[in-house]
Design a protein around this ligand. Sequence first.
Ligand code: HEC
Ligand code: HEC
Ligand code: HEC
Length: 186
Amino acid sequence: MSKAHTNQENNKKKTKSRKALFIFCLGFSFAILCFVTLNRAMKPVSKSEYCGSRCHEMNTAYHTWELSAHGANHKGFRVECVDCHLPPKDHYFTHLIAKGYEGGKDFYMHYLGPEYDGEIIRQRILQHLPNERCQYCHDDLLNKPSSTAARTAHLESLHDAGKDENKCVRCHEDTGHQRINKLYSP
Ligand code: HEC
Ligand code: HEC
Ligand code: HEC
């Protein structure tokens, strides 16, 4: 094989790998652009104000959240709707898929579904809201100087989390939404 021919071959190879690198960079930049755009688009729709004000079905949930221990009250901390109702944000893809699914379902139910029945949804949430959602933040339940009642309840709850009565929301039903106006209770 002549030297000139080998050079030609080499040049061809170089051009090919440059092309591949160029395409890779282009794809990579596009992926980053998509990621940034998606995150920007997600920001406003992840706010509790957005979740609570888009449609009338959410009005009660929004106002009872404001009154609750976790809501936008005067306690100095605030737990957003998505923190309880969706998988954690740092499980990025699970969060995104759940968000898309729930958003789509809400949209469908709002325009095409039957009349909204808060009690049915409430019961469904009480049944399915997993303890891990709460434990994502409350991961030191047994190390806190709680009452004996709380300690006993939590020991049992953490020991056998599968049981329905050991679910966090079975005992802390009002924790995300203050259903009874305590201001007026005796
Ligand atoms: C600390 C966890 C937590 C937070 C934060 C939270 N929720 Fe809930 N949510 C629950 C639980 C538990 C239930 C079921 C018990 C109940 O209804 O109180 C529920 C019930 C609901 C229901 C069904 C009952 C109804 O009122 O229609 C909707 C809708 C809802 N939440 C939306 C929201 C919205 C919107 C926000 C934010 C403005 C929010 N949630 C914030 C835990 C939470
Ligand atoms: C994003 C973090 C976060 C999530 C998720 C969360 N909490 Fe909390 N919660 C807090 C903070 C912060 C406080 C106030 C400090 C404390 O007591 O640890 C609090 C307070 C509480 C209290 C005592 C406040 C009161 O006055 O009632 C209970 C009970 C509680 N949470 C239960 C739950 C349950 C049950 C869930 C799941 C449905 C949950 N939390 C989800 C952050 C969270
Ligand atoms: C069998 C009922 C029961 C279950 C299940 C339960 N708790 Fe509690 N929890 C209590 C009681 C009782 C208290 C004390 C309430 C009080 O002092 O006002 C308490 C208090 C708390 C507090 C306030 C701080 C403290 O430790 O006193 C937090 C936070 C809390 N629970 C979170 C949770 C989480 C998260 C789960 C799920 C892993 C859970 N609880 C499951 C009964 C329960």
